[in-house]
Design a protein around this ligand. Structure first.
Ligand code: M6R
Length: 658
C-alpha cells in the first residue's frame, strides 16, 4: 500500500487549534466516494466554512485512478484548503482529482475554527505520522496538550496546530497492536482505545489505507448519525448530508464507536460492548435542502414559513381534544406537579422562549423564567423534581443548551425539548419532546425554525394548562383554531413585502438601527436586531420600548432608524398606547420611525415615517406575523450590502462548543 498527501501543508507551531462546529461526512460503498463526500459537504457547509477537506481511500480496482490515470489503487488521497468548499473543489479540479472514477471510501470535513486563524495546515483531515490513517474531527479535545507532549516526547512531529492531529497519531499507534479479525475491526478497536484516552467533546471519523471499504466513527458530546443505504452506508453530522441517497437513519448514543462498510453498520460502546442503534425514518424531503430557484436559502426558508407552521400544528389534537406531544416519557401527574418552568435556549431560540414566557404564564399561571442556556448552570439555579425545564433548539446539538439540560437533569428537574432535528442529542436526552416540523434549515440565520418554535411553545403552554385543568378542552381548541389561521396570515404578510424591500435599499447605509417593542413585541424587537447584526454586520439593538428613556434614547440622532413593533390596539390597548407614546418620544428626537402595526391601527399613522400593516392577530400570537417583515428587511439589507446571506461571516449554524 502506498500513501500520498497531495495537498499537505505541514508546518508546526506551538499553538493548538480546536475545531468547533463542523460538518462531517463519511461514505462506504461502491460509488465514487469523492463526489458523494463533496455533495455531502455542500449540504453541511452551513455548519462551518472556514476550511474544507477530504480523504479518500482508493479502492483496489485496476482502473482506479483519475481520468489521466495518475493515481493508483490502495492510495490514501487527502486534500484540504482554507476557506469555503469552493476553494477545495478548485484545488481538486486543478489536480485532476475531480475525474476520479472510483474510490469507494471517503471522509470529508467542513470546519468552523474555535481558536486562531483558519489555515490550510489546520484544515482537516489530519494524517498520522506514518501516513496510514486520516482523521476528521468536530469538537475540542481538552487534554490535547498532554497528549501532544507525550507524542512529541516519543519523537512524533506535528504537521498542524490542531488537537485533532493527536487523535490521528494515537490511532496509528493503537493500530499497531489492535486486536481484530479484519483490518476494519482493528481500526474500530484502535478507535475505542483512543476514544477512552480523549477528554472533551468529539466526533471523529477515520479511514485507514489498510482497511479500504471501512469508515470508523466515534462520538462523545458531538453529533453523528448513520445513514443506511442499499449496498452503501453513510456517517454525517446531520441527515441533510445523505437524504438524497437514503431516508433510513440510525441514532448513535454517547460514547459509542461505529464501523460502516458497504454492507454493515456495527456499533459498540467505548469498551467494545455491542450496542443497538435506534433506527429512524427521515421525513424531510431531499428537495427541502435545495435552493429551488431562490437566490438564497434564507429567502426560501422565509417563504416556507406558512407551510412549516401548518406542519408543526398538524395532528396535535387527539379524538378527545387532548393535545399530543411527540415523545413523552413523563406522566400527566408529573406535569400536574410542575410548580415552575425554566426555558433555556440561545440566540433566536431564546427569543422564542421569551415569547413563550408570556403565553405559558398567562395560560397556566405557573411562574416561568427564560434563561440564556450559556448562563443557566453557572448561576446555580434552584431546581427540583417539580421544575420543568424547556430546552429549545433547532439543531438539537447546541452545546450551551445541552449542558443546561444536563445540569437540570442532575438536579432532578424534568426536561422537555422543542427541537427541529430528529436523532439529535437534546431530544434524546430529554423526558419529553415536541418536534417542530420546519424541515431542514440551511441558512445560518434562523427564520422558519423561529416561527415553528413559537408554535411549539404555544402548544406546550396549552398542553400544560389542559393537563393541569386550568383550561378546558374547548378553550384549548379555540386557541388551536386561532393558531390554525396563522399560516394564511403569514402568507398575507409575505405577499406585502415589496415596500420592505424598497426600504431595505434605503437603510443599507445606516450606521445603526434600533428596534423597540413591548410585551411579546419586545422579543420580536430583539430578534429583528439579531437578524440585522448577523446578516448585515450593522449595529442594531432591540429594546423594551419603556426602557428607552432610562438611557438608550441618548443613541437617537437626526435620522436614526427606529423600528417600532406596535401591539394590537384591541385587547391590551394600554400596551398599544404606551408604545405609541414611545414612538412620539423617539420621533421628537429626530428618529426616522418605521412602524409595524396591526391593520386598521390609525392611531400610529401620524407618527410613522414608514408604516407596514400586518393582519389582525390575537396578542400572544402576534410575533408569528410581526417577525416576518424584520426577517425580510435584514435579508434584503445584507444582500444590498453584498454579503453572503446564507453564510454570514464568523458564524456557524450549529454551535457545538460552549
Ligand atoms: O440550533 P439552536 O436553535 O440551538 O441554535 C441557537 C442559536 O445558535 C441560533 O438561533 C442563532 O442565534 C441563529 N443564527 C440566529 O439566527
Amino acid at each position: 500500500m502506498r500513501v500520498c498527501d497531495s495537498f499537505a501543508h505541514g508546518f508546526c507551531s506551538k499553538f493548538c487549534y480546536g475545531t468547533g462546529m463542523c460538518g462531517i461526512v463519511g461514505y462506504a460503498g461502491a460509488r465514487p466516494a469523492l463526489n458523494i463526500v463533496l455533495d455531502g459537504l455542500r449540504r453541511l457547509e452551513y455548519r462551518g466554512y472556514d476550511s474544507a477537506g477530504v480523504a479518500i481511500v482508493l479502492s483496489g480496482d485496476t482502473d482506479d485512478g483519475d481520468a489521466a490515470g495518475r493515481r493508483r489503487p490502495g492510495e490514501l488521497l487527502t486534500a484540504k484548503r482554507a476557506g469555503k468548499l469552493a476553494n477545495l473543489e478548485k484545488a481538486l479540479a486543478e489536480e485532476g482529482a475531480h475525474g476520479l472514477r472510483v474510490g469507494a471510501t471517503g471522509i470529508g470535513h467542513t470546519r468552523w475554527a474555535t481558536h486562531g486563524g483558519p489555515t490550510d495546515r489546520n484544515a482537516h483531515p489530519h494524517r498520522s505520522f506514518d501516513g496510514r490513517v486520516a482523521v476528521i474531527h468536530n469538537g475540542i479535545i481538552e487534554n490535547f496538550a498532554k497528549l501532544r507532549a507525550e507524542l512529541e516526547h516519543d519523537g512524533i512531529e506535528f504537521a498542524s496546530d490542531t488537537d485533532t492531529e493527536c487523535a490521528a497519531h494515537l490511532l496509528a499507534r493503537a493500530l499497531q497492536d489492535a486486536a481484530g479479525a479484519t483490518p476494519g475491526e482493528k481500526l474500530a478497536e484502535a478507535m475505542r482505545i483512543v476514544s477512552r484516552r480523549l477528554e472533551g467533546a468529539f466526533t471523529l471519523l477515520a479511514v485507514d489505507v489498510e482497511a479500504p471499504g471501512v469508515v470508523v466513527g466515534a462520538r462523545r458530546n458531538s453529533p453523528l448519525v448513520v445513514g443506511r443505504g442499499e449496498g452503501e452506508n453513510y456517517l454525517a453530522s446531520d441527515v441533510s448530508a445523505f437524504i438524497e441517497h437514503t431516508r433510513e437513519a440510525v441514532e448513535l448514543g454517547q460514547d459509542q464507536v461505529v464501523l460502516i462498510s458497504p454492507t454493515d453498520i456495527v456499533i459498540t460502546d467505548f469498551h467494545g460492548n455491542p450496542v443497538e442503534g435506534k433506527p429512524f425514518h427521515i421525513t424531510w424531503d431531499a428537495s427541502a435542502a435545495e435552493k429551488s430557484g431562490y437566490e438564497y436559502f434564507m429567502l426560501k426558508e422565509i417563504a416556507e414559513q406558512p407551510h412549516a407552521v401548518a406542519e408543526t400544528l398538524l395532528g396535535r389534537l387527539n379524538e378527545t381534544g387532548d393535545l399530543m406531544l411527540d415523545e413523552v416519557r413523563l406522566t400527566d401527574q408529573d406535569l400536574r406537579d410542575v410548580d415552575k418552568v425554566f426555558i433555556v435556549a440561545c440566540g433566536t431560540a431564546y427569543h422564542a422562549g421569551m415569547v413563550a414566557k408570556y403565553a405559558i404564564e398567562h395560560w397556566t399561571r405557573i411562574p416561568c423564567e427564560v434563561e440564556l442556556a450559556s448562563e443557566f448552570r453557572y448561576r446555580d439555579p434552584v431546581l427540583d423534581r417539580s421544575t420543568l425545564v424547556v430546552a429549545i433548539s433547532q439543531s438539537g446539538e447546541t452545546m450551551d443548551t445541552l449542558m443546561a439540560l444536563r445540569h437540570a437533569k442532575e438536579q432532578k428537574a424534568r426536561v422537555l425539548a422543542i427541537c427541529n432535528t430528529n436523532g439529535s442529542t437534546i431530544p434524546r436526552e430529554s423526558d419529553a419532546v415536541l418536534y417542530t416540523h420546519a424541515g431542514p434549515e440551511i441558512a445560518v440565520a434562523s427564520t422558519k425554525a423561529f416561527l415553528t418554535q413559537l408554535v411549539a411553545c404555544y402548544l406546550v403552554g396549552l398542553h400544560l394548562a389542559q393537563v393541569r385543568g386550568v383550561k378546558y378542552a374547548d378553550e384549548v381548541a379555540a386557541i388551536i383554531a386561532q393558531l390554525q389561521e396563522m399560516p394564511e396570515k403569514i402568507e398575507q404578510v409575505l405577499s406585502m413585502m415589496a415596500p420592505i424591500r424598497e426600504l431595505a435599499r434605503d437603510l443599507a447605509e445606516a450606521k445603526s438601527v434600533l428596534f423597540i417593542g413591548r410585551h411579546v413585541s419586545y422579543p420580536v424587537a430583539l430578534e429583528g436586531a439579531l437578524k440585522l447584526k448577523e446578516l448585515a454586520y450593522m449595529h442594531a439593538e432591540g429594546f423594551a420600548a419603556g426602557e428607552l428613556k432610562h438611557g438608550p434614547i441618548a443613541l437617537i440622532d437626526e435620522g436614526t432608524p427606529v423600528i417600532c413593533v406596535v401591539p394590537s390596539p384591541r385587547g391590551r390597548g394600554v400596551l398599544h398606547d404606551k408604545v405609541v407614546s414611545n414612538i412620539q418620544e423617539v420621533r421628537a428626537r429626530g428618529a426616522r420611525t418605521i412602524v409595524i402595526a396591526e391593520e386598521g391601527d390609525v392611531a400610529v399613522k401620524p407618527y410613522a415615517d414608514h408604516l407596514f400593516y400586518v393582519p389582525i392577530t390575537p396578542t400572544l400570537l402576534a410575533p408569528l406575523v410581526t417577525t416576518v417583515p424584520l426577517q425580510v428587511l435584514a435579508c434584503e439589507i445584507a444582500s444590498a450590502r453584498g454579503h453572503d446571506v446564507d453564510q454570514p461571516r464568523n458564524l456557524a449554524k450549529s454551535v457545538t462548543v460552549e
